[in-house]
Design a protein around this ligand. Structure first.
Ligand code: NAD
Ligand code: UGA
Length: 487
């Protein structure tokens, strides 16, 4: 092509270059600076690696899992998890510098940096049952890394772990010396589901814990360099391993503690006719306290708050700090109380019997914008309502499949209905448990017209326009507020 032709058709020329790049994936050009591997393709592993791959085109990022089903889903059009903004970002880099695979051993061998993002649930057997973390998946992962490594590697704790877990990891990895050196880093994840993409692209902070040795500091720098591709330096916090591990547990404990605090105040509001929304507004305006995480609700859920607080409680008990253990355990006790209080209020208000009564449950996910139902308050609440012999019509935009699994075996009186209008047809009451945006936009007059009377709404999230509902004819019971009734 002559220069003259290029000048007259620059778009054609640049299009040609783009095409060449698209046809030749980066991988085959051997241009990757480093190989990053993540073991565990769950709610954390999948999204965090997607963001790294998007922000660091010169790193090859591979995500592996023992679950063939999960990996197949990550490689399909139906991702295994719903998270706003995630799919676009996966599609942008999948097959270029982001790969999902079940070939764990090969991927370990190739990796320079290995993130460990497997699940760390609460142990439900033996010593520490109900509080301690079940570390079996972490240990299996560590042994597999050791067996398949022929070069030095950085191993990053991404999973939430008990304090000093890095010591255990290091012992396993370096046992039976094969000449390979592993440097352990702690890099806990702070993203929240539903806002995961935003949280990872614009994190308040990224925390990296390392040893204070030359190899520890060198490994820390390698990880810092990854994040510097998009995170401002002032948002990177570096510290020692134990402080990093503990900071993750404490962050979740503090967040959950705020929710239990405001929920305790909601109980006082309901009997004194104070309004919890007004109280949180007034209290949160103090800049030392802050406005976030002061929304009263039916109790916190999700896979981590309960588990991580109990992990902290177990740690305190282990070190015989019993008063500290009880202080934190109370956050969980109060959360259980709050869920039960929500059920008791429904029961009392509906004339102390729910036998044969139909209730529409609006929302089952533990929070909006996710299909995740792990430890969702809805599970406990629905089970209790079923014990009272209510008939439930559960609706949720993304969590009905999980709801079905959660209530399997006890759901003969449950219907799972996608359309909230259909779910509410002929029911005696509506229990709103998850504040999906669409629920505040429904035509409640239309819903009211097809409900049994007296019609009740139990707004567990203070999500709806209570005055408007009352004017339509509903009897409105919302958390932390005086009821609006027609009796
Ligand atoms: P998850 O259950 O969604 O995913 C974990 C994945 O690890 C599963 O797909 C499982 O099959 C896989 N796995 C287990 N053992 C394995 C092994 N030996 N080899 C390969 N894969 C294996 O869990 P998650 O929600 O992604 O949480 C992972 C960790 O991150 C937990 O420690 C959690 O506390 C922490 N965390 C979670 C969140 C969140 O929002 N979910 C946020 C911050 C931190
Ligand atoms: C939480 C933390 O916010 C994350 O920083 C952390 O990384 C994550 O746990 C984790 O370690 O797994 P997540 O559980 O995804 O994130 O969601 P949150 O927004 O924290 O909500 C947790 C629960 O608290 C939900 O059930 C939510 O409805 C409830 N909540 C939250 C309230 O009841 N009131 C509030 O004011 C805020």
């Amino acid at each position: 092509m002559s220069k003259g032709l290029v000048r007259s058709g620059p778009d054609l020329f640049s299009f040609k270059i783009e095409l060449d790049l698209a046809e030749k994936p980066l991988m085959t050009q051997n241009k990757f600076k480093k190989n990053i591997l993540c073991i565990g393709a769950g709610y954390v592993g999948g999204p965090t690696m997607t963001i790294i791959a998007n922000k660091c085109p010169d790193y090859k990022v591979t995500v592996v899992d023992i679950s063939e089903e999960r990996i197949a889903a990550w490689n399909s059009d139906q991702l295994p998890i719903f998270e706003p903004g995630l799919k676009e970002r996966v599609l942008k880099v999948r097959g270029k510098n982001l790969f999902f695979s079940t070939d764990i051993d090969e991927a370990i061998d190739q990796a320079d940096i290995i993130f460990v993002s497997v699940n760390t649930p609460t142990k439900n057997f033996g010593e520490g049952a109900g509080k301690a973390v079940d570390l079996q998946y972490i240990e299996q992962t560590a042994r597999r890394i050791k067996e398949n490594s022929r070069s030095n590697k950085i191993v990053v704790e991404k999973s939430t772990l008990p304090v000093r877990a890095a010591e255990t990891l290091e012992t396993i990895l370096h046992s039976g010396a094969n000449g390979v050196h592993f440097e352990i880093l702690s890099n806990p994840e702070f993203m929240a589901e539903g806002s995961g993409v935003r949280d990872m692209e614009f994190p308040d902070r990224v925390l990296i814990g390392s040893k204070d040795t030359p190899s520890g500091l060198a490994a820390r720098k390698e990880l810092v360099d990854v994040y510097l591709n998009w995170v401002p330096e002032e948002n990177l916090i570096t510290t020692n391993l134990w402080s990093s591990e503990l900071s993750k547990l404490v962050s979740n404990a503090f967040l959950a503690q705020r929710i239990s605090s405001i929920n305790s105040i909601a109980a006082i509001c309901e009997v004194t006719e104070a309004d919890v929304t007004e109280v949180s507004k007034a209290v949160g305006r103090d800049s030392r306290i802050g406005a976030k995480f002061l929304n009263a609700g039916p109790g916190f859920g999700g896979s981590c708050f309960r588990k991580d607080i109990l992990n902290l409680v177990y740690l305190c008990e282990y070190y015989q700090l019993n008063e500290i253990a009880s202080f934190w355990e109370q956050v969980v006790t109060l959360n259980d109380y709050q869920m039960e209080r929500y059920v008791k209020r429904i029961l009392q208000v509906m004339f102390n019997t729910l036998v044969g009564k139909k209730l529409a449950v609006f929302g089952f996910a533990f929070k909006p914008d996710t299909g995740d139902t792990r430890d969702a308050p809805a599970i406990y609440i629905c089970k209790r309502l079923l014990e009272e012999k209510a008939c439930l019509r559960i609706t949720d935009p993304h969590a009905l499949k999980n709801a079905q699994k959660d209530l399997e075996g006890i759901d003969s009186e449950v219907e799972y209905i996608e359309d909230p209008y259909k779910a509410a047809e002929g029911v005696h009451g509506i229990a709103l448990i998850t504040e999906w945006a669409e629920y505040s936009k429904l035509d409640y007059q239309k819903i009211f017209d097809k409900m049994e009377k007296p019609a009740f709404v139990f707004d567990g999230r203070n999500h709806l326009d209570h005055k408007a509902l009352f004017e339509i004819g509903f009897n409105v019971y919302s958390v932390g507020k005086a009821p609006l009734t027609h009796f």
